[in-house]
Design a protein around this ligand. Structure first.
Ligand SMILES: [Zn+2]
Length: 223
């Protein structure tokens, strides 16, 4: 589904994947491991482009429902994979992956062990890096290397799992899914200084009007 011009949502992949269409294609997040064909079919059937035109995959964080198809997509398309340097250590298994202490955390651990072999990444991102026209903002808490991506020109903020919008409300980080809930709440304060009209999260609904205003109101309320 095209959300706004040249920004497409590939849905029903557990978490949302966003395809940015330009001369080259950029994919933000890759969904749960079983949904790779949905992404490839979207590129060929909906965009009428070749999988080899996917040049960059940016992962907002290391969770399996976001990183699940990155390794195989890279193999098929030749795209480079980018992720924050802290979560890169987890993806490549140089650092043991942490999980939330909730029951969900236990499930994530179970799936993760069985479904995601380690893989190398091409770009280790840091705060302020720019890739595919998107500025990296480090928002640790949900995972240590969670990032948001800010398209300053088009005023879009991709928030991954740090903040979402559902049923008409901005929703903050959830304790069940966050590795460090206090840090997650601290980190999202950064959003109060950003200018964006549209917010696109890893789950929930697209927020297409007055997004930074609504996020500011939410942050004020939580403060
Ligand atoms: Zn997540």
């Amino acid at each position: 589904m095209e959300i706004i011009s040249n920004v497409h949502l590939v849905d029903n992949t557990t978490s949302h994947c966003y395809l940015l269409v330009d001369k080259e294609l950029t994919l933000i997040d890759t969904g749960f491991p079983c949904y790779i064909n949905k992404i490839l079919r979207y590129i060929t059937n909906e965009l009428d482009r070749k999988p080899s035109e996917l040049k960059t995959i940016i992962l907002t964080h290391s969770d399996i429902d976001h990183s699940g198809n990155a390794r195989r997509l890279k193999k098929i398309t030749g795209a480079s994979i980018a992720i924050h340097e802290t979560d890169a250590e987890v993806i490549t298994r140089r650092t043991a992956r942490m999980f939330p202490t909730s029951r969900i955390g236990f499930l994530l651990k179970f799936f993760n062990k069985r479904m995601t072999p380690p893989f190398e990444v091409d770009y280790r991102l840091r705060e302020g890096d720019v890739l595919s026209g998107l500025t990296v903002i480090h928002i640790p808490g949900h995972t240590p290397g969670s990032i948001a991506l800010h398209d300053i020109t088009r005023k879009i903020l991709f928030t991954g799992d740090t903040l979402s919008y559902r049923d008409g409300y901005v929703k903050g980080p959830s304790k069940r899914y966050s590795m460090d809930i206090q840090q997650a709440f601290q980190s999202i304060q950064k959003y109060s200084t950003l200018d964006f009209t549209i917010m696109l999260a890893g789950h929930g609904d697209p927020l297409l009007v007055d997004a930074s205003l609504k996020v500011k109101q939410y942050l004020k309320q939580k403060h």
